[in-house]
Design a protein around this ligand. Sequence first.
Ligand code: SF4
Length: 243
Amino acid sequence: MFACLQEIFSSVQGEGPYVGYRQIFLRFAGCNLTCAYCDTLIEPAPACRCELTPGKKDFRFVSNPLTPPQVARMVETLNPAIHHSLSLTGGEPLLHNEFLLELIPLLRGCRLRIYLETNGTLPQELKRLIHLVDIIAMDIKLPGTSRLPPLWDEHRKFLAAARQKEVFVKIVVDEKTSFQELDEALRLLKEAGEVPLIIQPVTLAGGKLGIGPERMLLLQERALKILPQVRIIPQIHSVLNLL
Ligand code: SF4
């Protein structure tokens, strides 16, 4: 089994309730969506950029595709003991679930929790892998912000599967985010059993936020009428100048 990865490195989580926790990141190539605000290189690169010492940015390039034992060895060299978890990110990591089914058992000795960052649209793929995952950081894509067609049905099925594990949902919002589409997302989260919600203001080029404070607070107030746990957390990578 092989997979194309973009990067393997050590950094801190820059989004959501685990913000600031030290993680080893596996960034997979490829995605099944094309969000308007995507800031990630998702086309497979000829080589994966692999950090050799945690936090030092001393990369070497290893030709793609990679095997699970190759990736396991790279994770082991990044001193797993100082990390909270292994973040599977992308792109969409669930497009590589055969690879992950082989890789994750190889990493048992590292004692890393498995933190899955996903766009929340591939429920069948999640079901095959969920027994190996500890924390699920799932997106709900609002059509107005992402410029994608509605994905409510995919998100509903995904949430139903994800509830077996710790799960929270992130929704990216901008100034044009409508109450109507937020309400649709809130209905899904309520139905799924009051899943914690992170409202994430979209980050524009140059690190500016694409929504003002008043609108953000209005969206949060609306969500708090339906759900008990609703937090506004922006991305922190650019503030800390991190990968
Ligand atoms: S789901 Fe994530 S990686 Fe895929 S296009 Fe959207 S923002 Fe980019």
